[in-house]
Ligand binder design. Sequence first.
Ligand SMILES: Cc1cc2nc3c(=O)[nH]c(=O)nc-3n(C[C@H](O)[C@H](O)[C@H](O)COP(=O)(O)OP(=O)(O)OC[C@H]3O[C@@H](n4cnc5c(N)ncnc54)[C@H](O)[C@@H]3O)c2cc1C
Length: 506
Amino acid sequence: MNNWDMETEVLVIGYGLAGAVAAVVAHDAGSQVLMLEKGKYPGGCSILAGGGIKCVADVPGAIDYFTALSGGRVEPSLITAFAEAMSGNEAFVRRLAATDGAEIKAVYKVGDEPIAVYPFLGRESLYEVRVTKVPGFSGFPWVIASRLNGVNMFKMAMDNVEARKLPLMLSTAATRLVTNAQGEVIGAVAQSQEGERRIRARRSVILACGGFEQSPWLKHQYLQGTPFHSMAPLTHTGDGILMAQKVGAALWHMWHVHGSYGFKFPQYPIAFRHAFGGRRLAKRPMPWIVVDRLGKRYMNEYPPAPQDTSHRPMEVFDPDLPGYPRIPSYIVFDEAGRRRGPIAQPLAIADYLYRWSNDNSQEVERGWIIRRDNLTELAEVIRTTPENEGKMNPQNLEDTVARWNEAVVVGMDALGRLPGTMMPIKAPPFYAVPVWPVITNTQGGPVHNEKQQVLDPLGQPIPHLYAAGELGSFFGHLYELGGNLGECFASGRIAGEAVAAEELLP
Ligand SMILES: Cc1cc2nc3c(=O)[nH]c(=O)nc-3n(C[C@H](O)[C@H](O)[C@H](O)COP(=O)(O)OP(=O)(O)OC[C@H]3O[C@@H](n4cnc5c(N)ncnc54)[C@H](O)[C@@H]3O)c2cc1C
């Protein structure tokens, strides 16, 4: 016998955006819902997000675009289902907005360009909505976010959960799923401060508990480079992946992370992202270059989505070293660069609050940013740091910066930096900071079908188990900005409707 402590129809594990959407939709479709959240606050990664929510204006065009974006890693039927679901996002967001009067803005272009990032067929079929204002709301006390659209969006989602009085257990982590003799998922075991709770779910369990951004073990197993740091909340240890695996789920997209290079200092358990977010702006100068541990430049530091893909060139392994010549790398800039504005943009829940100084001077004083009068001395200091292991070559660094300055003059970079983004590095003193691969969020998790049912390795649904959000995301090749939030709305809706249609288990 199972000795249940509690009973519900639909158990939603994780109260980020996907969990909130799934819970609201399942409730509105007539189901009794209970939500569990491991953290002491709701929000997960969702509450830190910039708040761009991708939507689809034209389904056939979006199918072309998502097909190119998926690089052959996602089946056509799933691409079609995803495009169709994303086409319902704006109407759904507006429905949620009616609860608290949130203001919604649709954005189709950035300057003259379509808002979708990559130059694939169907690019014009995508647009974004943003929650620009929630009346009377100016931010959560427990979150440091740079852009209000993201916290507005989560506030709107929370207002909908609260308006429906959906029961919620905070600081309660699901630890495993419970199945019956037929392999159907019939509930979960959770750990709260009061002890273990066995919760029966008579219709289904929806896993909406995000990624493995803060699991050292999963990162070591699935990502080539190491170490990867993250700015995600510390609760994000891939619990949903492990729980789903234990009941027979297949995994996908585990290698794919939305990330960049960024900063990690021992005083803070989370990483800080660099200050260039959103889309690349062709005329926004970036003050730094990135060099490897030996002092050589190797990447375009400012790709089309600067908080995505630039960790990828860092993951190279050199068997002759042996090791990772690009982990850590170093950003290098000069006095003019230091004065241009903060190089980092910490985003976090308030427990890990850090306010980066506008001119970076505070971080120079802390010793996080290395300052020296010339490049040779700068390289010598880097060489003595434990993570560099004596690899930095001062002549390499001098040559790299000299070549960079020549490239800036002619406005042409062999690695593809756009001329309007290039700045010379020649006004002393000079600065360097180690940078690491930093995960914004992971995309891997259990494979799902068009109904968000979790599948086993033979493609069969695991009965009464669903996944939504970034846990087993659609994005398994190239990420589209705003795509994860768009997916939370789309997949949360699909899962919420599907569980409400499930027969009640006896
Ligand atoms: C800084 C930052 C900026 C971003 N900007 C954007 C953007 O502008 N647009 C965009 O589309 N995407 C953006 N993303 C990505 C996007 O925010 C996430 O992919 C998305 O919000 C994930 O939502 P989710 O509901 O799946 O998971 P989350 O929002 O991460 O929620 C998962 C929740 O599950 C909880 N949980 C974990 N384990 C358990 C357990 N065992 N039991 C109970 N609860 C558990 C977690 O504590 C968490 O609260 C950004 C991400 C970050 C970190």
